[in-house]
Write a protein that binds this ligand. Structure first.
Ligand code: HEM
Length: 414
């Protein structure tokens, strides 16, 4: 039995997950937050669990009570900041209603129109370090890009975006951020968003029309005469920020690292980028998500009644965690699952989840991932790792997994 979730584990969890898939595919263990949960590691079981209506997203269904229970699942600080009504905590019919409303504002058209802005952000960030010949790609590229992108999209004014950068840094313990500040950062973000929504609603009422940003879109969105309440809009804006930020940091970070560790594959992608082959860029980003995805475990689920999962009896109230990183390396689903193959086309990975909670932001994540990687390879063609891989530190919370730093060097350009 391998040790799970210790300090070595985050650097390479895959051998432990292979063992679990083989010997204990639905396995009960105590996870770092202190809660006992079932880990689901085989692809077929994982896909089934993600779409199983008997597994609720609502923490109200969590069986454990008190200090060991409800406070220890979910996003730190969301309960005290009154942010529980977001998509990842609710079931139909509320989920169906809120998801339909947000989908009216967060449209593929809005994401597509945003492409030039993401390219500009990537270029500006690279301009900031290109002349130096060295950088920490997490701190200077992977981390700021998604936070500025989602702030722009939501309609957070430029002058307030540094606050968001600092709250986001507190959430993932960026160098220079105070420790243990996740709850505090969530609270400040919530206060700011409530005020911003209030301002935008007032503007909309005064002028009869609002700005063309996502928060104004959320306020305007209606379904059979129903609108989002101010509280629901704040929880929605918060989850868009929260779910769309560290995930994308890790996609850019883990993805770049995987490319630097596989020079043959990186050369294939670099040629495709130079030739403008967007097809290969698209399959490459999907493969990077499968191979070393940002979301290691899907978010919490709770059994609403007794059920059998992968041959195991799961009792009512038991928490279930679907291990996306394990499912996406399952040899029963993928040929040579431990091989990075950027041309892999039959690639139904679970990196964005599955079922009704499938990632709402997948089109934006794809746009950011493709643009960030292509711009980097185009602008800094001789990019190389400037650290011993053994010494790189990984941030392994329970849900996400990504590098803390990614030191690189390249020929400086003016
Ligand atoms: C849900 C992955 C980027 C917004 C999810 C889920 C996964 C995921 C696995 C399902 C969780 C579950 O079922 O427990 C990712 C990855 C991303 C990414 C790998 C980047 C590479 C984004 C972005 C946004 C976003 C950029 C928005 C700006 C959401 C939302 C949900 C979600 C709102 C909840 C949907 C629902 O419950 O209906 N994401 N995500 N994500 N994601 Fe993403």
């Amino acid at each position: 039995m391998p040790s799970l979730f210790d300090w070595r584990f985050a650097a390479d969890p895959y051998p432990a997950y292979a063992w679990l898939r083989e010997h204990a595919p639905v396995h009960r263990t105590r996870v770092p937050s202190g809660v006992e949960a079932w880990l689901v590691t085989r692809y077929a079981d994982a896909r089934q669990a993600l779409a199983d209506p008997r597994l609720s997203k609502s923490p109200h269904h969590h069986g454990e009570q008190g200090a060991h229970g409800k406070g220890k699942v979910g996003i730190p600080g969301e309960r005290s900041a009154n942010l529980m009504t977001h998509l990842l905590n609710i079931d139909p019919p509320d989920h169906t209603r809120l998801r339909r409303l947000v989908s009216k504002a967060f449209t593929p058209r809005r994401v597509a129109a945003f492409a030039p802005r993401v390219r500009e952000l990537a270029d500006t960030l690279i301009d900031g370090f290109a002349a130096r010949g060295a950088a920490d790609l997490i701190h200077e590229y992977a981390f700021p890009l998604p936070i500025y992108a989602i702030c722009d999209m939501l309609g957070v004014p430029q002058q307030d975006q540094e606050d968001f950068r600092s709250w986001a840094g507190m959430m993932i313990h960026q160098p220079g951020s105070p420790r243990g500040g996740v709850g505090r950062a969530v609270k400040r973000m919530r206060g700011y968003l409530a005020e911003l929504i209030h301002r935008k609603r007032a503007e909309l009422e005064r002028r009869g029309e609002g700005a063309d940003d996502l928060i104004s879109g959320l306020i305007r969105a209606s379904d059979h005469g129903e609108h989002l309440s101010e509280n629901e809009a704040a929880a929605m804006a918060f989850i868009l920020l929260f779910a769309g930020f560290e995930t994308t940091v890790n996609l850019i970070g883990n993805g770049t690292y995987a490319l630097l560790r596989h020079p043959g594959q990186r050369a294939v992608l670099q040629r495709a980028v130079a030739d403008g082959d967007t097809g290969l860029l698209a399959t490459a980003v999907e493969e990077l998500l499968r191979y070393d995805g940002p979301v290691e475990l899907a978010t919490w689920r709770f059994a609403t009644r007794e059920l059998t999962l992968g041959g195991q009896r799961v009792r009512e109230g038991d928490p279930v965690l679907v291990v996306l990183a394990a499912a996406d390396r399952d040899p029963d689903k993928f040929d040579a699952p431990d091989t990075l193959d950027l041309t892999r086309s039959d690639n139904q990975h679970l990196g964005y989840g599955h079922g009704i909670h499938y990632c709402l932001g997948a089109p934006l994540a794809r746009l950011e991932g493709r643009t960030a990687l292509a711009t980097l390879l185009h602008r800094l063609p001789d990019l190389r790792l400037a650290a011993d891989p053994e010494e790189l530190r990984w941030r392994g919370g329970l849900i996400m997994r990504g590098l803390r730093t990614l030191p690189v060097e390249f020929t400086a350009r003016g």
